[in-house]
Write a protein that binds this ligand. Structure first.
Ligand code: ARG
Length: 262
């Protein structure tokens, strides 16, 4: 009886680990995302939708796997992919040198631009006007007193803006970090920040549903989006890249993008 109990306990622990560790099994592709980023990933009628969600669904199909989406904080995606908690990280995620130290990236499937959202009555025409002046090399000298920039924490917008003015940032002291882009935009509406720097497509989505906001015409940065995959999982990287190539070739990816971006 005791032996049986011990075996039962072991079994329970084993099953618990599989479920709890989130370890990927062969038929489920676990995608970590941050679903507050329209049109790439967001929740509509209680369901995950968006460009990344649809592309990932097709990739999973190509891999003959079931897609499981985990909606987590953006800043925890890379670490979770690195530790093996998630198979892929797909969240309108920009490829950066720093992130490449922790994970591999698939081939890029989209281009992103960091845009600047301000209120309609904002006296500054460009983010360049947020600086006090420029040195002989053309780099900013300082930030105009009172300028505050809102960003989604741990995004490239956050990383760029938090660097020093000499590197075209605004200094950590002038950046306010929010959990989601929508929270940052809310802060802008309430006058807590001068501008929000965020990816262009979400910026357009936020501006379209909030009155009194506009996007400055100058681009803050240009970047590539790709899927993050564990460095040890070369096999998955290859499979995902093959699937992306096939879906690009067949026009499926363009079809999805065109559905969400007019
Ligand atoms: N492209 C930016 C980055 O990689 C922002 C991505 C934010 N994505 C999201 N789903 N919230 O840092």
């Amino acid at each position: 009886m005791k032996k049986l109990l011990a075996i039962a306990l072991m079994l329970i622990m084993l099953v618990g680990c599989f479920a709890g560790c989130g370890a990927s099994n062969d038929d489920t592709l676990i995608m970590a995302t941050n679903a507050a980023f329209p049109p790439y990933e967001y929740v509509e009628n209680g369901e995950y939708v968006g460009i990344d969600v649809e592309i990932a669904t097709l990739i999973a199909k190509e891999l003959d796997m079931k897609l499981e989406i985990k909606d987590v904080e953006f800043g925890s995606i890379i670490g979770g992919v690195q530790s093996g908690k998630y198979d892929i990280g797909m969240a309108g995620m920009t490829v950066t040198e720093d992130r490449l130290k922790s994970v591999n990236f698939s081939t890029s499937y989209a281009n992103g631009i960091q845009s600047v959202i301000v209120k309609n009555d904002c006296p500054y025409a460009s983010y360049e006007d947020f600086y006090t002046g420029f040195d002989a090399d053309g780099n900013p000298k300082g930030v105009v007193e009172g300028i505050k920039i809102g960003v989604q924490q741990d995004t490239t917008g956050d990383i760029y803006c938090s660097s020093v003015p000499a590197e075209w940032g605004f200094g950590e002291e002038n950046v306010i970090r929010y959990k989601t882009g929508a929270d940052a935009v809310q802060a802008l509406i309430e006058g807590k920040v001068t501008a929000v720097i965020i990816d262009n497509e979400p910026a357009k989505a936020f501006v379209s549903v909030n009155e009194g906001l506009k996007i400055q015409s100058t681009e803050f940065a240009n970047e590539d989006y790709a899927i993050a995959i564990n460095k040890d999982n070369e096999e998955l990287l290859k499979k995902v890249n093959d699937a992306l190539a096939k879906l690009t070739e067949s026009g499926e990816i363009k079809k999805i993008v065109d559905k969400y971006i007019k």
